[in-house]
Design a protein around this ligand. Sequence first.
Ligand code: DGY
Length: 326
Amino acid sequence: MLNQKQKVFITRKIPDAGIKLLKQAGFQVSVSQVDGVIPRDELLKKVKGVDAILALLTDKMDGELMDAAGKQLEVIANYAVGTDNINLEDAAQRNITITNTPGVLTEAVAELAFALMISVARRIPESDQFTRKGKYKGWAPMMMLGSELHHKILGILGLGRIGSAVAERAFFGFKMKIIYYDVKRNEEFEQKFQAEYRGLPGLLRDADFISIHVPLIPETKHLIGKNEFKIMKKTAYLVNTSRGPVIDEAALVEALKKNRIAGAGLDVYENEPKLTPGLKDLSNVVLTPHTGSATIETRATMSELAAKNIVEVLNGRPALTPVKKP
Ligand code: DGY
C-alpha cells in the first residue's frame, strides 16, 4: 500500500515531467530552491526524514548524507547515467537502492561527442570568432584548414551504449574505420561495424580521433596522461564526454601547447567547473560546459526515468534501472 506521507527531496530544479509524476503518485515532494548546487550543510538538513532523494551528479551522496537522511531512506535516484558522485558501497551497506538514467541520454551524448569531433577538426569555434571579429576579408585557399573525419580511424575508448552510438554515426555517416578498447571484447559489435579490438596502446597509436566513454572508477582516473599523449599521433584529436578525471588535464594542456596532438574537444573537466590553467587560452581545444545530455527531449526523459525509479522502489517494486552494487 502506498504511504501518502512518503517524502521525496529533489536537490535542484529539473524539468517538470518527473516532478509531476512524483506528485501524481501521491508523494510529498520538495525541490531545493537554491539557485545552483545546494550547499552540503543545507543538503544534510534537507534530506532528514526523506524516503527518496532525486540527486544530481553535482551532489555527493555518501554514508554521512545517507545517515543524515535516516533509516527510512530507501532510494537515491541519480539524474545521470554516471554514478561516481555516489558511494555505492555505503549505499549497499545501508540497503539503499541506487538508480541512474541509462539509455535515455545515449543519443544526445553521442551527438555531442560527434559535434566536438567535427568542431575541433574543422575549427568551427575558431572560424566563428574569426568571422565575427571581421577578420574574414574574402575566400582564401589556405584559410582555416582543418581535418576531415571521412575515412579516418576512430578509436572508441569504453564500449558501452554511448561508445556504440558514436561508432554507429562514424561508421554509417562518415565511413570511418572503428577500433575500440574495453575491458571485454564484443564480437557482435565487431561484426556490425567491421570494428577491430585493440589494447589501449594500440588504440592510441592507430586512431585519428579518440572518443572517451568509460565510467570514472579508480582504474580509469588519469587513464590518459603524459605517456599516453606520447603514443598518440601528432595529427590525432581527443574528445571526452565521459568524466573529466579520466584525462590528466595538466598533461593535456602541455600536449596541446606543444602540438603533441592536433586538438581536443572537452565536455567534462578534471576539477569541474574549474579549468586547468592554460586550457582556455588554447585555440586547438573546443570546450563545452558538461552539456552532453542537455537537450530538451533528453532532460525531460531523464526526469521521468529518475521519478519512475522512485515510484517503483517506494511502492515495493524493483527499480527500473538499478545500479549494481560493487
Ligand atoms: C551523465 O548522465 O552522467 C552525464 O554526464 C550527464 O550529462
